[in-house]
Design a protein around this ligand. Structure first.
Ligand code: 2P0
Length: 319
């Protein structure tokens, strides 16, 4: 039996759209922070046939099945029983698939003695879900051409950012990210501009992280997020992942920043708001967002480490 743990990551320069090639490669460079506290734990056991359980339920996940089929062909894997458990809402804009595929590949690599390095695990995780490539690494992470294997830009202790998550719905999203981004690629009139501007956003964010320039990172991260949501909203049929409370949280975060708090927002393909802040602003931000009507729950995270093997005794919520 082998157990692997991975955390979700939050993109500060977003991925939304794929290259028209095999290997599930993003169309644009993207950059993320890996979170702690939220975890996907995947247990791998030998079995008589392939089985996959998510949060204790037997499920038929086509993406998991496809990845396992390709890995089985490539590495002559034996049949495996795979059990994955998240300690946070699944398919609700909290990057559960990123954490799940990073833990899955890390667990299979160790269980089957495949001897992959982190770059190769990242490539295999990307084939499952591109954002999962980034959860292989901890801290500040880049997913860029030409190889599209995630690389560490800086470790967790480079800059101790905190993330306050305002949960505004526990419902699973109606349109998956894969389907949504393909719809945007095919139908949004803004898609070509998105492709053209993403490189500059990536470079600006990487520099802001290297120099710990919070204002610069806030500006480019909010812009990248809002450009992505503009693609979503201008897709046909439109993609709207926000609730009224999501919008109210974004307004509240802008107000807080205007009043001197070091905080900015980012939002993924779901209704949860992620407020990225410096440690001294965390308590104020968490309190302010908890008071926004429609906010159901507040989660607080620091930066976390990359995907790894854990032993039976290790607590599941550790960094
Ligand atoms: C990101 N998202 O960069 C963006 C922002 C959601 C919004 O990556 O098709 O589940 O499996 O590669 O990785 C979610 O998309 O999509 C995602 P696939 P994935 O975090």
């Amino acid at each position: 039996m082998t157990r692997a743990l991975a955390h979700p990551n939050i993109a500060l320069v977003k991925y939304w759209g794929k290259q028209n090639k095999t290997g599930n490669m993003p169309a644009t460079p993207n950059l993320s922070i890996t979170l702690s506290e939220l975890t996907a734990v995947t247990t791998i056991n030998d079995s008589d046939r392939f089985r996959f359980q998510l949060n204790g339920q037997q499920v038929n996940d086509p993406k998991v099945s496809a990845l396992i089929a390709t890995m089985t062909d490539t590495f002559s894997l034996p049949p495996l029983q795979i059990d994955s458990t998240n300690n946070f809402p699944t398919s609700a804009g909290l990057a559960s698939s990123a954490a799940g595929f990073a833990a899955l590949v890390t667990g299979i690599d160790a269980h089957c003695h495949l001897g992959m390095d982190a770059a190769l695990r990242s490539e295999w995780a990307r084939r499952g879900s591109a954002s999962a490539a980034r959860s292989i690494c901890g801290g500040f992470v880049a997913l860029v051409p030409p190889d599209w294997q995630a690389q560490s830009l800086a470790p967790t202790n480079h800059w101790p950012l905190e993330v306050v998550v305002a949960v505004t719905s526990h419902d699973a999203k109606a349109v998956s990210s894969s389907e949504g981004m393909e719809r945007s690629r095919l139908t949004s009139p803004f898609y070509n501009q998105w492709l053209r501007s993403a490189g500059d956003d990536y470079a600006e964010a990487a520099l802001a992280i290297a120099t710990r320039d919070f204002e610069k990172l806030a500006t480019v991260a909010e812009l990248s997020c809002l450009k992505m949501h503009s693609l979503m909203l201008t897709s046909s049929p439109t993609l709207s992942y926000w609730t009224p409370a999501s919008v109210a949280c974004m307004d509240r975060i802008r107000e807080l920043r205007n009043h001197g708090e070091a905080v900015f927002f980012t939002v993924d393909a779901g209704p949860q708001i992620k407020a990225v802040c410096l440690p001294e602003s965390r308590v104020t931000v968490a309190k302010a967002l908890s008071e926004v009507p429609g906010v159901l729950e507040i989660l607080s995270c620091s930066l976390g480490e990359g995907a790894r093997i854990i032993d039976d005794e290790e607590p599941l919520t550790g960094r």
